[in-house]
Ligand binder design. Structure first.
Ligand code: FMN
Length: 171
């Protein structure tokens, strides 16, 4: 897929077929995250890949809006160092957002659907994923073959009107 088509085709996909994602495709998606830029090249992320059905069901309980994780073929948990008090959490979240989007676009390029999920219950996330105490699970990315329709460019995305968002020269 052309980059421009991938950008226009990505959408949150929350229902999936039973098709698994090949190891080759999963690795490409993970490599896209690994290649992402970050402030001072700190790379404040680790990626925990989950494909076990029971583990996915447990992970889906970390936030009420994470139900789709249970149905996914695979979910990537984005684990990050806990931000220090007074540190730059803004930059950390910016970095994590870039890595997330890189992985979502790489997946879209392969025709694989993706969906964000936030993480509320950190204790449960740590129990399920086993990360060290100085880390937290920032976000999850659910992956799977879209059950509704293939990923194709969205002609009318649900967005604020383009002309009210873009300003030329001054506000
Ligand atoms: C920071 C962030 C957190 C999100 N958290 C969730 C979530 O917990 N559960 C969910 O179903 N969708 C979540 N979303 C998906 C958004 O609702 C979605 O991106 C937005 O409605 C636009 O839809 P689209 O991605 O299909 O274009 C999240 C998106 C972002 C960027």
């Amino acid at each position: 897929m052309e980059t421009w088509d991938a950008i226009r085709s990505r959408r949150n996909v929350r229902t999936y077929t039973d098709a698994p994602i090949s190891g080759q495709h999963l690795n490409r998606i993970l490599e896209a995250g690994w290649r992402s830029p970050s402030g001072m090249n700190l790379q404040p992320w680790d990626f925990v890949v989950c494909t076990d059905r029971e583990q996915l069901a447990d992970l889906a309980r970390v936030w009420q809006g994470a139900g789709h994780v249970a149905r996914s073929a695979a979910t990537i948990a984005v684990v990050s160092p806990r931000p220090e008090a007074g540190g730059s959490e803004g930059m950390l979240q910016y970095d994590l957002g870039q890595a997330t989007m890189n992985m979502m676009l790489a997946a879209t390029d392969l025709g694989i659907g993706t969906a964000h999920a936030a993480v509320r219950d950190q204790a449960l996330a740590q129990e399920v994923l086993g990360f060290p105490d100085d880390r937290f699970c920032a976000w999850m990315i659910a992956l799977g073959d879209p059950a509704d329709r293939p990923l194709t460019p969205i002609v009318h995305p649900n967005r604020r009107p383009f002309d009210t968002v873009v300003h030329h020269g001054t506000w």
